[in-house]
Design a protein around this ligand. Structure first.
Ligand code: AMP
Length: 399
């Protein structure tokens, strides 16, 4: 594997896997271009070196081959705008075959070619070798800059890398940032290492908690999933969210943590509500003494202080999942306080990584995205990384 920043792309055609799966409205206008903007630094470095760029991406979930609705041609004007007047952006109506080969052959230094949606070919998601080989013939070097799909062994995200020598494949800047942040937390964490896990369900987070029991010093559990842990200890949780079929599992996770010397922190109290609604009546009470008819929708006043203390003495912090129903104002305080504590710990020198859909949405909503060390864009991929799985997109570059 080569290091992107040290590679000279002069006269090279770089085949770059990006994630241009942006949302479009019914008029094919882009409603959020974050993913496109995120790829620009990688593209610009190749162009500045005197190379050319061939971009490939999936887009939506087309069912049966080419479909205008899922064509990447809608993105060309905006890509041109993001890159400025200098580089010319070309489009190929197919990502393989003669059209793509011809367009790639015509590329001059400083040009950009966007290939049509990879998923117009079923072979992409099947990880087909022949399809991957056809893609590989388009470029001299392969760059993977699509962390969001790194957990899939698709042709363009993993298999294609086998057709490039070790010194001709690398991560792009975006992917490099994701991988090095994730590795810093999971493999090279400075202790104390606190993992903050929240969200709705225990069942979604079992593997990540199990894996973190091997790595973390402290695990903070908030959100709806905390109540399954309280009920497993025989407590009254009223109408709070609970997965009754996971009570045994919750008990055994608590026992495993004890045996391994990992501190598990559950919210001692909760903001409770008499209904799941923005205009509910609310109160604060012990999480293990919630009256019938009431439900815990946020961590309570004492829990916010307890959790903040743990966070403030940490050197490494991983945060996945909100502490409460942060979408409603009455149940935001817990998640907001935790965001503040993570920001304060970061300012004191801790490394903090926020990953996973809803916690990322929460730090963005509360304006803390530039006060933590790293905000991951790769929801599913980041989760699988923290579950301890090898991601095909990373392995393909490393091997
Ligand atoms: P997840 O996708 O598993 O990270 O869960 C995120 C969702 O969990 C958010 O939509 C929150 O509103 C929801 N959530 C967090 N805390 C609670 C709670 N105490 N009760 C019900 N839902 C919750």
């Amino acid at each position: 594997m080569s290091k992107f920043s040290q590679f000279n792309f002069g006269d090279k055609k770089a085949l770059v896997r990006v994630d241009f799966n942006v949302p479009l409205n019914e008029n094919f206008q882009i409603t959020d271009d974050t993913r496109m903007r995120a790829a620009i630094p990688t593209i610009q470095k190749v162009l500045q070196d005197g190379g050319s760029v061939i971009l490939m991406s999936h887009f939506g979930r087309p069912k049966d081959g080419p479909d205008k609705k899922y064509s990447l041609i809608h993105l060309v004007p905006h890509l041109q705008k993001l890159l400025g007047d200098e580089p010319e952006v070309f489009f190929s109506a197919d990502c393989i075959g003669e059209a793509a080969a011809h367009a790639a052959a015509l590329l001059q230094k400083g040009d950009v070619l966007l290939l049509e949606n990879l998923r117009f070919h079923k072979e992409e998601e099947k990880g087909d070798m022949g399809f991957a080989e056809q893609l590989s013939t388009l470029g001299d070097v392969y760059i993977n800059d699509a962390f969001g799909t790194a957990h899939r062994a698709h042709a363009s995200t993993a298999i294609v890398a086998d057709f490039f020598d070790a010194d001709k494949k690398m991560f792009g800047l975006l992917m490099e940032g994701e991988v090095s942040s994730a590795e810093k937390v999971l493999l090279k964490s400075e202790k104390p290492f606190t993992a903050i896990i929240g969200g709705a369900k225990v069942s979604d987070k079992i593997l990540i908690i199990e894996n973190l029991l091997e790595k973390a010093t402290d695990i903070i559990i908030g959100g709806g999933m905390a109540y399954t842990f309280w009920k497993a200890q025989g407590k009254d949780i009223g109408n709070s969210l609970c997965e009754d079929d996971r009570l045994g599992l919750a008990s055994s996770l608590l026992e495993m943590a004890k045996a391994k010397g990992v501190n598990i922190h559950l919210p001692i109290d909760s903001t409770i509500a008499d209904k799941f609604a923005a205009d509910a009546n609310i109160s604060n009470c012990n999480s293990g003494e919630i009256p019938a008819g009431w439900m815990g929708l946020d961590i309570g006043i004492q829990a916010r202080t307890d959790f903040s203390e743990v966070i403030l003495r940490s050197k490494t912090i991983l945060w996945n999942g909100p502490m409460g129903v942060f979408e409603m104002e009455k149940f935001q305080a817990g998640t907001k306080t935790i965001a503040e504590a993570v920001a304060a710990a970061t300012q004191k020198g801790a490394f903090s990584l926020v990953g996973g859909g809803d916690s990322v949405a929460a730090v963005n909503q509360f304006g803390f995205n530039d006060k933590v060390s790293y905000v991951s864009t790769g929801g599913g991929a980041m989760l699988e990384f923290f579950e301890g799985k090898e991601l095909p997109g990373i392995a393909a570059i490393n091997k």
